[in-house]
Write a protein of this length. Structure first.
Length: 151
C-alpha cells in the first residue's frame, strides 16, 4: 500500500504482457509506454468450501529461517499480520511479509517446532489460530493444513 511515491492504498505490479493485455487490440505497446495508470477494481472474497487453510513451507526454509505461503484462506485474503509461536512458547512473534502471500521469520537460534501460526485480517480484524500446524520434523517444500478456516 502507498508504494512507488503514491498515496494510493493499492499497488499492482504487472508483467509487460499482462499490462498490454488490458489494451485495445493492437495498442498494447502504446499502453505499456504510459507507465502508471488508474485502474478500477474491487476485492472479491474467496470461499473455499470445506477446504482448510494451508501453509506451504518455502524451499529456502531451514532450522534458523522459516517462510511460508498462506493458502486457501476464506474472505478477502487481506492479511495484516502473521505471527508464529514456537513449541513450549507463550509469545507470538510477528513474521515479516516477504512478498505476496509469503511471510518469513529469521531467528539467531534454532527454531523449535511444532509451530502455531496466528493470522489477522485487515478489513474485518478476524483472527485465526492454527495450533501446532507446522509439525516437528517439518520439511521445506511441504504443505501443512490447519484444522479449519476463516468463517
Amino acid at each position: 500500500p502507498g508504494t512507488c511515491g503514491s498515496d494510493s492504498p493499492y499497488h499492482f505490479d504487472l508483467s509487460g504482457r499482462a499490462f498490454g493485455a488490458m489494451a485495445n487490440s493492437g495498442q498494447d505497446g502504446n499502453l505499456r509506454k504510459v507507465g502508471k495508470i488508474v485502474v478500477q477494481h474491487r476485492r472479491v472474497p474467496c470461499i473455499y468450501n470445506g477446504v482448510s487453510i494451508a501453509f506451504h513451507v518455502d524451499s529456502k526454509s531451514n532450522p534458523y529461517y522459516f517462510a511460508t505461503a498462506v493458502e486457501y484462506e476464506n474472505g478477502d485474503g487481506d492479511l495484516k499480520k502473521v505471527e508464529l509461536m514456537e513449541a513450549f512458547g507463550n509469545t507470538w512473534v510477528t513474521m515479516q511479509q516477504s512478498y505476496g502471500a509469503v511471510w518469513k521469520y529469521n531467528k539467531q537460534s534454532l527454531l523449535r517446532a511444532p509451530f502455531s501460526i496466528r493470522l489477522t485480517t485487515i478489513e474485518s480484524g478476524k483472527i485465526f489460530v492454527a495450533k501446532n500446524v507446522i509439525p516437528t520434523g517439518w520439511k521445506p517444500g511441504q504443505t501443512y493444513r490447519a484444522l479449519g478456516n476463516f468463517i
